[in-house]
Design a protein around this ligand. Structure first.
Ligand SMILES: Nc1ncnc2c1ncn2[C@@H]1O[C@H](COP(=O)(O)OP(=O)(O)OP(=O)(O)O)[C@@H](O)[C@H]1O
Length: 264
């Protein structure tokens, strides 16, 4: 691994064995994620995106190949994951949810409360610190998840379609908020999405995956200046050109994935 890399995958293959069959979820993935990079992954349903993220998070073991993650600071968690939908603890108040990772690490109460409040503020949730999740909307709960991930201060943020379940307006607001806190943090981030718009707004690079078995079909540099916002980039020529390029790559794979599903 060279000094600019934080994640490196070499010939990564994942095969799930079920009673009836074997599913090759990922095949020969070679990729590296640079320090501070925002990497987006798009691909058709079932192409192994979540599996790849789970391998990076140590929640799943690859069948073949190697994964290296650079540990810079052993006191911090290596990764934090944000999933689609809400994964907040319903019995904990908003602040307690955000503090959770810090509490697990034994960070003293006052310090962890300060950190939690900082991220609640950044996510526009400070007024709701004492509320329980059931008193909040879906978008607000997803904000808690994002605040919790940043508060636990991992080396690497892994986000699996975190805004996939939100309506368009809430998604736009959260994307912008995520960008704002990410830009201030410089955290290496791997972000899965089905939305080309979202990948272009957020990513430094975009990986397009093939239909199952998931392989890397293309890696594209986004190259648009930051800070970005959806309104101004959407009509810019690089956005339009990259959108078209990605959709052409993806379209073929989405159709293949549909055929795979029909045959099952
Ligand atoms: N624990 C498991 N056991 C068996 N098969 C699995 C398991 N986890 C995932 N798979 C299979 O591996 C393939 C890849 O799944 P994965 O969830 O990684 O895809 P994905 O690209 O994230 O899909 P989506 O976009 O729909 O969320 C799928 O065919 C899935 O059914």
């Amino acid at each position: 691994m060279n000094t600019t890399e934080v994640i490196r995958a070499e010939n990564l293959t994942k095969i799930f064995k079920t009673r009836e069959s074997e599913i090759v979820a990922l095949k020969n993935i070679n990729l590296s994620v640079k320090d501070g990079e925002f990497l987006c992954i798009v691909g058709p349903s079932g192409c192994g995106k979540t599996t790849l993220l789970r391998i990076f998070a140590g929640l799943e073991k690859q069948t073949l190949g190697k994964v290296y993650l650079r540990v810079k600071n052993t006191e911090k968690p290596l990764t934090a994951m944000v999933f689609q939908g809400d994964s907040v603890f319903p019995w904990m108040k908003v602040t307690e949810n955000v503090e959770y990772g810090l509490r697990m690490r034994g960070v003293p109460t006052r310090e962890r409360r300060e950190i939690a409040l900082k991220y609640l503020k950044l996510m526009g949730l400070e007024k709701f610190a004492g509320y329980y999740p059931h008193q909040l909307s879906g978008g607000m709960k997803q904000r808690i998840n994002v605040a919790r991930a940043f508060a636990s201060d991992p080396e690497i943020l892994l986000m699996d379609e975190p805004f996939g379940a939100l309506d368009e307006q809430n998604r736009l607001i959260l994307q912008q908020e995520l960008l704002r806190i990410w830009e201030g943090s410089g955290k290496t981030t791997v972000f899965i999405t089905h939305s080309i718009d979202e990948a272009l707004l957020l990513g430094d690079r975009i990986i397009v995956m093939t239909a199952q078995p998931g392989r890397i079909k293309a890696i594209l540099e986004v190259g648009m200046a930051r800070p970005r916002d959806m309104l101004s980039i959407k009509s810019s020529p690089p956005f339009v050109q990259l959108y078209r390029e990605i959709w052409e790559l993806l379209r073929e794979e989405v159709l293949k994935a549909r055929d795979i599903k029909l045959k099952k």
